[in-house]
Design a protein around this ligand. Structure first.
Ligand SMILES: *Cc1c(COP(=O)(O)O)cnc(C)c1O
Length: 414
């Protein structure tokens, strides 16, 4: 257990969280190197009959130290912007292991990714394919492509993080994909290398993944029969984690089920996990500023807010919150809220906690879509990030200052 209570206090590996809060300040994110490593290895070392590549989804947590660690462990990367490509390269990741997803790639981003030599563009529309073809023609460098299809399966997750239904903006409708593959295969500027999908996030059951896979395999087989072989099948990300009482499959179970269904087809398997690699490897540390009692509710007002950790406000996500240190106090029910001027600014609601002003709280499973979704709303500098390694820790992003906040801004001329 990377985050465990010892001597009445929550630790990250060997380091008491109160020590980090004292030295780095709050709010801050704390990641565990051991937990990141273990979670990535669960994917990387999952046995499969086919070769496979785990392309970590950078948007879940794009800190350079996290990317560096994963690159050293042999990760590929799934990116959704030119900025993420630059992060991967800056962290020592190999472009040859990068797949580029997203519905709105600009010609500029395509050109940069092509020049870097990425592994594959996951193309999400006919119009995008045309632009990519033009970019590749101009650069005289064929672009490796997979079509990201929309398999029209319901992942049974929060509507904002479901992506594989016909009504969503993502992917290419299955019916049209075959013809688009033919067009791509006929172009001298495009190299068809794969087939991709991504049906959503925080999926806690194998059934939707396997339903999507069946549709992919059906299309794969028709393409092969038409003389369009594929080097890889990319199942996307989306494997859920336990925030409360969910019981998601382990990566190994998922990989085994996929591998069995793919059978003897000579393809490499790609997976794009984000959340399941990093969520449990991080906590968000925040300090109680004030306790406020009203006729209706009790509020614990803390120094971390929705700009630091958006998931509760955005998806009504439930994240475990606990006091970092045991204290002999009476517990009460609290809404844990931040200083931002929005009633949606809460980290947790109606939680039983024993609190006093000055206490430290840890929000668990905050390694994914925590810092990476943070903003400067209310002119709040973004939180510090710390990576713990055994009995040491590294500040891997310093807290933002006022100078950071206004960088690039100017007043009016005289
Ligand atoms: C967000 C995303 C992922 C990662 O999803 P997780 O739920 O974090 O595993 C993978 N692939 C694509 C295309 C994505 O948009």
């Amino acid at each position: 257990m990377a985050f465990a209570r010892r001597d009445g206090e929550l630790h990250a590996e060997q380091v008491p969280l109160s020590a980090i809060a004292r030295e780095v300040g709050t709010p801050c994110y704390v990641y565990s190197r051991a937990a990141l490593t273990a979670r990535f290895r669960a994917w990387r070392d999952a046995p499969a009959a086919q070769p496979k590549l785990i392309c970590y989804a950078v948007k879940a947590n794009s800190n350079l130290a996290v990317l560096d660690l994963l690159a050293r462990l042999g990760a590929g990367f799934d990116i959704v912007s030119g900025g993420e490509l630059q992060r991967v390269l800056a962290a020592g990741g190999a472009a040859s292991r990068v797949v580029f997803s997203g519905v709105g790639k600009t010609p500029q981003e395509m050109a940069e990714a092509l020049a870097a030599g990425i592994r594959c563009f996951n193309v999400e529309s006919a119009a995008e394919l045309e632009v990519l073809e033009e970019v590749a023609a101009e650069r005289r460098r064929p672009a490796p492509v997979a079509l990201r299809v929309n398999p029209d399966v319901d992942p049974a997750t929060h509507p904002y993080i479901a992506t594989g239904l016909r009504a969503h903006k993502f992917g290419i409708e299955l019916e049209g994909a075959f013809d688009l593959y033919r067009r791509a295969a006929a172009s001298p500027h495009l190299r068809v290398v794969g087939l991709a999908c991504h049906i959503g996030s925080q999926i806690t059951d194998l059934a939707p993944f396997l339903a999507a896979l069946d549709r992919l395999l059906d299309l794969h087989d028709r393409l092969v029969a038409a003389g369009i072989p594929l080097r890889h099948l990319d199942l996307g990300g989306g494997l859920g984690v336990r925030y409360r009482d969910e019981t998601p499959p382990e990566p190994g179970d998922y990989v085994r089920a996929v591998s069995q269904r793919v059978g003897a087809r000579p393809v490499e398997l790609l997976f794009e996990p984000g959340r399941s690699v990093v969520a449990g490897a991080g906590v968000f540390l925040t300090r109680v500023l004030y306790l406020k009692r009203t006729a209706e509710r009790n509020f614990a007002i803390v120094d971390g807010a929705m700009n630091d950790l958006l998931r509760p406000a955005l998806y009504d996500a439930w994240m475990a919150v606990e006091a970092v240190s045991d204290a002999p106090r009476e517990a009460d029910r609290y809404d844990v809220v931040g200083p931002v001027c929005e009633s949606g600014d809460f980290l947790a609601r109606d939680r039983l906690l024993a609190l006093a002003p000055g206490d430290l709280l840890a929000v668990r499973d905050a390694g994914a879509y925590g810092f990476s979704m943070s903003s400067n709303y209310n002119s709040r500098g973004r939180a510090a990030e710390v990576l713990v390694d055994g009995d040491r820790y590294h500040l891997v992003r310093r807290r933002e200052t006022f100078a950071d906040l206004v960088r690039g801004e100017t007043r009016l001329p005289e």
